[in-house]
Design a binder for this molecule. Structure first.
Ligand code: ADE
Length: 415
């Protein structure tokens, strides 16, 4: 059995965590039962790079139940839940992941899951897709999926350059993914990470959220709900206008940096909080990132502007700047929700991973029929996931009457 995890002895602790997640993931439970009977992945190798959490474990169990052989590495050096990784090895997955990997170890784990020449590649952030493409291994792959906005962006660049080696389903672009995971999942789990790390009071604080995409607006709304005065920074005029009309203050980071108590980045871009901002921040300002990569806060600049640093609490490093002010960086500028907390709640990952499971099934069913492009999961599948979730929540909705259906499909009927 090929694996490398922190400690297999943690497996019993992991198993109960996974049980807890599974109890809150009814859609994935139904899909697991479907796959148990139909075995859609029999004889297939699936390699995945995902945050190794209790929710991911429920997805991996679903794939194993469907007959796949699964290799798994973590999609962030600090997000792996070691007890979950251990339990997954017991379930039969080849797991290469532990919390606190160095950069070299992180890529060593990615190499281990790439070198088995998988049929299907499942990714969160596109590091595995990028690795497979950079090593010329893509011709062996039947298809892939991608979980995040950042990863889909990278894959669309490969597609535009004519270099995408296999069809990819942009799971992120399903309505039942980004409207829920990005907004409500990141919205809640980012606050969870912020509070577990700092235990500060949010009410009365000035919170600056960089980026008003689905993640940024989720975070901004939750912060507002807890009594913060929220400022949005944006580069996109339409999103900025939306933020204004949603009732937020909007201003450039060069101004926001002078008034914020808490800064949370959610842009997917680099150096959104840069040296020029760090030097103008108030004493005691807290910095956290909710975007996929640790590039949004310029941590190197923070290091060089500082005369000293110390770890004050787990996931909180205090930097003393040359100007005498202290700034507090959470989770090394990595995803605060997965490093300082447990990532998105299971209920929301139920939707995201239902999309992953059906995307993999779609790739297998349509193997050889798809081009080397980035696709959305068909709307019928997206809608079927929403229907299943509603059903599991005990909520029923109306159906169009025959008359309404006719009305919607005719152009003649006006006033
Ligand atoms: N991304 C964000 N939250 C997550 C979770 N709980 N599990 C896996 N991936 C995630």
């Amino acid at each position: 059995m090929d694996f490398k995890v922190k400690d297999l002895g943690l497996a019993p602790k992991g198993r109960v965590q996974i049980e807890w997640a599974e109890a809150h993931m009814p859609v994935l439970r139904l899909i697991k039962e479907e796959f148990r009977i139909s075995k859609p992945f029999k004889g297939l190798r699936v390699s995945a790079v995902l945050h190794v959490t209790k929710e991911t474990a429920v997805l991996i169990k679903t794939l194993l139940e469907g007959g796949a052989e699964v290799w798994l590495a973590g999609s962030n050096p600090l997000s792996t839940q070691d007890e979950v990784a251990a339990a997954l090895v017991e379930y039969g997955a080849h797991v290469f992941a532990w919390r606190g990997e160095s950069k070299d170890e992180y890529y060593w784990c990615i190499e281990r899951v790439a070198e088995v020449l998988p049929n299907i590649v499942v990714d969160d952030g596109a590091d595995l897709h990028a690795y497979i493409h950079s090593k010329g291994l893509s011709s062996k792959v039947n298809g892939g999926t991608e979980e995040t906005t950042t990863g889909v962006n990278r894959l669309r660049i490969l597609e535009r350059e004519g270099r995408l080696g296999y069809p990819v389903i942009a799971v992120n672009d399903s309505y039942t993914k980004y409207l829920f995971d990005n907004r409500y999942g990141t919205g809640q789990s980012t606050i969870d990470g912020l509070l577990r790390a700092t235990n500060i009071l949010i009410a009365g604080k000035v919170a600056v959220v960089a980026g008003y995409g689905w993640v940024g607006r989720g975070i901004a709304n939750r912060l507002r709900g807890m009594g913060a005065r929220v400022i949005i920074t944006e580069v996109n005029p339409i999103r900025a206008l939306e933020a204004v009309m949603d009732g937020f203050d909007v201003m450039p980071m060069s101004k926001a940096c002078e008034v914020g108590d808490i800064f949370i980045t959610a842009t997917g871009n680099i150096n959104v909080v840069d040296a020029e901002h760090l030097t103008k921040m108030k004493d005691g300002a807290i910095l956290a990132n909710a975007g996929h990569f640790n590039v949004e806060i310029n941590v190197n600049a923070l290091e060089s502007l500082s005369i000293s640093k110390r770890t004050l609490r787990e996931h909180v490093v205090e930097y003393t700047l040359r100007n005498g002010r202290k700034l507090y960086l959470l989770a090394e500028g990595r995803l605060v929700n997965l490093v300082a907390a447990e990532g998105h709640p299971s209920e929301v990952m139920d939707l995201s991973f239902a999309n992953q499971a059906y995307a993999i099934k779609y790739l297998v069913e349509n193997s050889g029929k798809l081009s080397r492009k980035v696709y959305k999961l068909p709307d019928e599948i997206d809608e079927s996931i929403a229907r299943l979730k509603l059903k599991c929540m005990g909520i029923s909705i109306d159906e169009l009457t025959e008359e309404q259906r006719r009305y919607l499909s005719s152009w003649e009927l006006g006033t």
